[in-house]
Design a protein around this ligand. Structure first.
Ligand SMILES: [Zn+2]
Length: 143
C-alpha cells in the first residue's frame, strides 16, 4: 500500500537523522501524484531554528521546488503526528491530507510533548489606529 511505503520512508529519514548531534528523530515526505517531491528532517539543532521541524522543512522544500507558496494536490507523510506548529503550517500550505505513524502518546513516551506549557504575556496594545496602516497600504497596492 502506498501509505505504508511513504510512511516507511518518513520513518527511515527520522532514523537517519537521529544521532549524537542533537538532531531529533522526525522525518517527513511530501508526495504529489504518487511521486515524492520533497523530504524533511528535524533540523532545529543544525540551524538553531526552533521552527525547523521535519514537516516545515519538507513544506519549504516542496514550495521552493514547485515555485509556489501552497501545496494543494500534495499529501504529507510524517514519522510522528504533527505538532500544533506543523498543523498550522500544513493548513497554510493547503496540503490535501496528512498521514502519520507515531502517535502523540508514543512520541511523548520518548520525551517529545506535542506542545509544552507556552504560557507567557501575549497581549494586544492599543496603537490609536496606527496598526491599521499596513492593511490600508495593502489595500492600496493590491488594487
Ligand atoms: Zn512540528
Amino acid at each position: 500500500m502506498e501509505h505504508t511505503k511513504f510512511l516507511r520512508q518518513a520513518i527511515e529519514l527520522a532514523l537517519a537523522n537521529t544521532d549524537e548531534s542533537g538532531a531529533q528523530p522526525f522525518g517527513s515526505v511530501i508526495v504529489r501524484d504518487g511521486e515524492v517531491i520533497a523530504t524533511g528532517v528535524n533540523e532545529i539543532a543544525a540551524h538553531n531554528d526552533p521552527t525547523a521541524h521535519a514537516e516545515i522543512q519538507a513544506i519549504r522544500k516542496a514550495c521552493e521546488k514547485l515555485e509556489q507558496p501552497e501545496l494543494s494536490g500534495c499529501v504529507l507523510y510524517a514519522s510522528s503526528r504533527p505538532c500544533p506548529l506543523c498543523v498550522e503550517a500544513i493548513g497554510w500550505a493547503n496540503l490535501d491530507a496528512v498521514y502519520y505513524a507515531a502517535s502523540f502518546e508514543e512520541a511523548g513516551e520518548a520525551g517529545f510533548e506535542p506542545s509544552a506549557d507556552w504560557q507567557r504575556p501575549f497581549e494586544r496594545i492599543d496603537m490609536n489606529g496606527m496598526q491599521l496602516e499596513p492593511f490600508r497600504k495593502w489595500d492600496a497596492v493590491k488594487n
